[in-house]
Design a protein around this ligand. Sequence first.
Ligand code: RBF
Ligand code: MG
Length: 245
Amino acid sequence: MKLFADEDDEWAHSHRIDPAIPMHRHFEMSHPVPAIRSSLAFQPASPLSIVHGACRRAVSRRALVLKRPRRLSSVPPKRTMTNSHFKFSSVDAIEWLQKPITVRGIVQHGFGRGSRDLGTPTANLPGSLLDDVHDAERDGVYLGFGRVPKYGRRVVKMVANIGRNITYGDVIDRVLEAYLMADIFDPEFYGEEMRLCIIGFMRPELKFNSLQQLIEHIQNDVKVADAALDLPRTEVYRTHTSLID
Ligand code: RBF
Ligand code: MG
């Protein structure tokens, strides 16, 4: 599994994909969306993370990005995100939010589809909790940290899909489905309070042609988020007041 996009230049080249551009930007180029939705793209690394030496890698890569010619939309790739060649998300493509999105709510019942069977049981919160949150307007996969106070003070890594499960097409209300990376408790703790501190956007929610593709992408999301949440820049959020208070 390749976690960083630039380890994969050959693949990208053969698919007319510029590795300097996050995958979801390619998607937006071929599926234009209202400007407000893409306003989060390409935020500069925060000065704080540079001070901590957290992002030297990312920063030097960004310098590279500036020199590369951008293959912008004149001939957008015909490819759609649903075909089998779709590239997985990567640590490099994560859009770190300038300010974390903090959510707190009571875990509700899922769709009885057994996301447990997919290997990633999720705890669901109503998407309406995010109605006024500008940074969470895009449906897609986000990452951050979570805590269920009933299970103590432990804060765990978390990856969440926010959307309507468009692969299935049967979900009417927007929902936030969080997969908590912890074996110590059953993530389906209906009726319990769950707190999330969301710090980055990974990719848009996609409509897949097969369950297999959905599973592969979810598993990749988990691996990428797991690695990304070890980056020094994320550490400060493990003790974010929204989780601890
Ligand atoms: N559903 C989709 O239709 N498209 C997606 O791209 C998608 N990505 C997901 C990523 C993660 C990390 C998780 C946990 C779920 C994702 N889902 C997605 C939702 C998935 O369809 C749902 O969790 C199961 O159907 C169980 O409700
Ligand atoms: Mg669930």
